[in-house]
Design a protein around this ligand. Structure first.
Ligand code: NDP
Length: 398
């Protein structure tokens, strides 16, 4: 018997709510709250069981505390934006409730992806006997668990990690983002960091690319090296890694639009004055772009996200590739959402389930790779994200 409070009512939230609602034996009661309650009601109307909805401004700790105190959930699932991570963690501490999210905290005024702010809560959560699970989406999330699973079952020592995120989906728009446009563009335009021999090395955004052929007929795509937050926690928790890189596929049209938008200042995060009003260019751009939630019915193709790990087993070098591929239209048929939200929302539901069932419950602030990967991997197969493992895949990665 458990009650969850889900905060945020966007693309990812829609999937989390559908998936939690389909497991009433774990998620006995669900309350969905967001800044715009109408969006919560829209998601609620798609379900075949009743859930409660509410309005909350998650930037406001007293408002959150009032809501959590009234609802009395066992766990708060944060699928609002990374800007709200710390306020929701503060409210959870004040009300004595466990916490989970899918993306690390980011201050509104600087596009910085790092865990320092949330790791600083370790002692507070531990002392309060509460758990905070960080980054339970796909990447971060499943990719952290994949790495832990490979390290546990296939190697004595892991040394090289390449996380490869390919979205082979086509929505037919010249430019649109598959999740929150502001967060997506901040991430993609940030300088690239990769781990090399004990330190992060900085290179210009999108300056290294290679071609990658996915399994399962997903296709061949250009993948670009970029920074992604799980590199920070994985290199900390697997100190034997000599190199760790993250790669993501982008189409030529997406990159061309992004370059032009960047050149004219539309991706800026500093406010500019226009007609006596302060406007943040990237927020205005986000208002013009298609709502990621509307891409579901029109996106065709598959995603393929996985980890390539090279290391040592029984004194010999070997390589293992673990991945999931997911079909956009199949996701839409199941939960009325495209595969990017689906691949994030399913691991979020599984992370919450691991906590509520006690499988992963321990006080403190944890990244996914710090917990036993096996039960999570079993649930990935069970709840819509089956994975494959290939030994010696024969890739020739840069
Ligand atoms: P959306 O923009 O679709 O949804 C965000 C939701 O949060 C909206 O409903 C929004 O409300 C709500 N929200 C924003 N600010 C507040 C606030 N102050 N108070 C209450 N609610 C608020 O985003 P996505 O669903 O695409 O992404 C959700 C999260 O998932 C993000 O943190 C994103 O970074 C993360 N993510 C993680 C991935 C992973 O693999 N780990 C992959 C993709 C996303 P309103 O509708 O009123 O604007």
């Amino acid at each position: 018997m458990s009650k969850v409070l889900i905060i945020g009512a966007g693309g990812v939230s829609g999937v989390v709510v559908h998936k939690c609602a389909a497991l009433p034996e774990v998620f006995t009661e669900i309350v969905l709250a967001s800044r715009t309650e109408a969006k919560c009601k829209k998601i609620a109307a798609q379900l075949d069981r009743p859930i409660e909805t509410a309005r909350v401004d998650a930037d406001n700790v007293p408002e959150l505390v009032a809501l959590i105190s009234r609802v009395k959930p066992d766990l708060v699932i944060n699928v609002a934006l990374p800007y709200q991570d710390l306020t929701i963690m503060d409210a959870c501490l004040e009300t004595g409730v466990h916490y989970m999210d899918t993306a690390n905290y980011e201050p509104l005024d600087s596009a910085k992806f790092e865990y320092s702010w949330q790791w600083a809560y370790q002692e507070k959560f531990e002392k309060a006997g509460l758990m905070a699970l960080l980054g339970s989406g796909f990447d971060p999330g499943a990719t952290n668990v994949f790495t832990a699973y490979i390290a546990k079952h296939y190697f004595d020592e892991i040394q090289y990690l390449d996380i490869i995120d390919v979205n082979g989906g086509d929505h037919g728009y010249p430019f649109a983002t598959n999740f929150n446009p502001e967060i997506n563009i901040r991430e993609v335009t940030a300088e690239c960091l990769h781990w090399q021999e004990g330190a992060f090395v900085t290179t210009p955004a999108m300056s290294l690319k290679q071609s990658f052929t996915c399994p399962d007929q997903v296709g061949t795509y250009n993948i670009y090296r970029m920074y992604h937050e799980e590199l920070e926690s994985l290199t900390k928790h697997f100190p034997t890694l000599k190199r760790a890189q993250f790669w993501m596929s982008f189409g030529d049209s997406y990159l061309k639009h992004l370059e032009v938008l960047g050149n004219v200042g539309m991706t800026g995060i500093e406010p500019v004055e226009y007609n006596g009003q302060q406007i943040v260019p990237i927020q205005f751009l986000a208002a013009l772009l298609p709502d990621p939630g509307s891409l579901g019915p029109r996106t065709q193709g598959k995603t393929c996200i996985g980890c390539v790990v090279r290391g040592i087993k029984d004194g010999k070098e070997k390589t293992v590739y673990l991945y999931n591929s997911c079909d956009h239209q199949a996701c839409y048929a199941e939960v009325q959402s495209q595969a990017i939200s689906y691949t994030t929302g399913v691991p979020a539901m599984i992370g919450a389930k691991m906590m509520l069932e006690g499988t992963w419950m321990k006080p403190g602030v944890w990244n996914m790779e710090q917990l036993d990967p096996d039960p999570f991997m079993a649930d990935m197969n069970r709840y819509g994200l089956p994975w494959q493992i290939v030994e010696e895949p024969g890739f020739d990665l840069v």
